[in-house]
Design a protein around this ligand. Structure first.
Ligand SMILES: Nc1ncnc2c1ncn2[C@@H]1O[C@H](COP(=O)(O)OP(=O)(O)OP(=O)(O)O)[C@@H](O)[C@H]1O
Length: 286
């Protein structure tokens, strides 16, 4: 069966003012229906990469490109003029829930469809009965329909995060970018949020790219992992092939915090631990 490439990144670099290189010649492809974890130590470039994929940030003008579903997001350091149309297919889930706290949960969820709505209706947030039904259905799918009419600020962090995912369902997002969506959640809420993302991935065949600090969660929910180290892709392959030695190299001084002493995720280490700096990124199959 032919694989549809949903997100394609070629030769992307980002140098911040002052000369700090946060992304270094990143090339990646994500197929339709993949669920991929983005891991790496603090400051390795995970959020920066997700911001570039969404077109919120422009890369260096050194020739890098990003496209989503064949449409340009950015090229040579310029975000595409039609980025709004591209973003209509991209859902975002951020660590800080990014809901409007004073608005009802349902209204927040329905704003996912705004980009497909006539401007006058979206300005006044006028939703049809059919749209509301879709919103309620999405909330039921993520298990929080009881909270539809509460203010978003009145529900828990995990519920807000599931509302943010419901918004991507209403949006019919073909690509969902989640930047540390479980960083501020307790383990049970985190599990539910990850299960909800996995459901969106499996049922809707959306491509989900999720940055995570919790490597055990990455291994449990994401068949593929991309690891960044100082802005470079140092691993791209099956999550199941990551070894404890690789992860310890990746996280350096953070390894103890991230992996713990006898962590359940860790499998036997590779016979010869290989420093990440010397591992070429695995090619992604076409
Ligand atoms: N606007 C900016 N200006 C200058 N440097 C920046 C800017 N944004 C990010 N950086 C730097 O780029 C590097 C990558 O940051 P990024 O937030 O992408 O890392 P991360 O892997 O998401 O880290 P964390 O897991 O801690 O969120 C960091 O060293 C950060 O300080």
């Amino acid at each position: 069966m032919a694989v549809t490439i949903m997100v394609e990144i070629k030769g992307l670099s980002k140098t911040f003012r002052g000369g700090f290189r946060a992304l270094d010649n990143v090339s990646l492809r994500f197929a339709q229906g993949e669920m991929v974890a983005l891991i790496g130590a603090s400051g390795s470039g995970k959020s920066t990469l997700l911001r570039h994929i969404s077109g919120l940030m422009a890369a260096d003008s050194s020739g890098g490109t990003i496209s989503i579903d064949g449409k340009s997001v950015q090229k040579d350091g310029q975000v595409d003029r039609n980025i709004r149309a591209v973003r209509a297919n991209v859902g975002f889930v951020f660590q800080q829930f990014n809901l409007v706290g004073r608005l009802p949960v349902l209204t927040n969820v329905l704003t996912g469809g705004l980009s497909r709505m006539p401007l006058w209706r979206s300005c006044f947030k006028l939703f049809t009965a059919e749209e509301k039904a879709l919103g309620l259905e999405a909330l039921a799918r993520v298990g929080i329909s009881d909270h539809a009419y509460k203010r978003a600020s009145a529900i828990s962090g995990g519920q807000q995060q599931r509302a943010a995912i419901a918004r991507t369902i209403v949006q019919k997002a073909r690509v969902v970018l989640a930047d540390e969506p479980i960083a501020s959640l307790d383990p049970e809420s985190a599990r539910r949020v990850m299960q909800t993302l996995a459901d969106v991935n499996q049922r809707d065949k959306s491509t989900v790219i999720v940055s995570l600090h919790q490597v055990d969660v990455a291994l449990r929910f994401c068949p593929r992992t991309v690891a960044l180290h100082k802005g470079r892709v140092v691993y791209d392959g099956p999550s199941s092939a990551l070894t404890e030695a690789m992860l310890r190299d990746l996280y350096g001084s953070e390894a103890e915090d991230i992996l713990g002493g006898s962590n359940s995720l860790t499998r036997p280490a590779a016979a010869v631990p290989t420093p990440f700096d010397s591992i070429p990124a695995m090619a992604v199959a076409a």
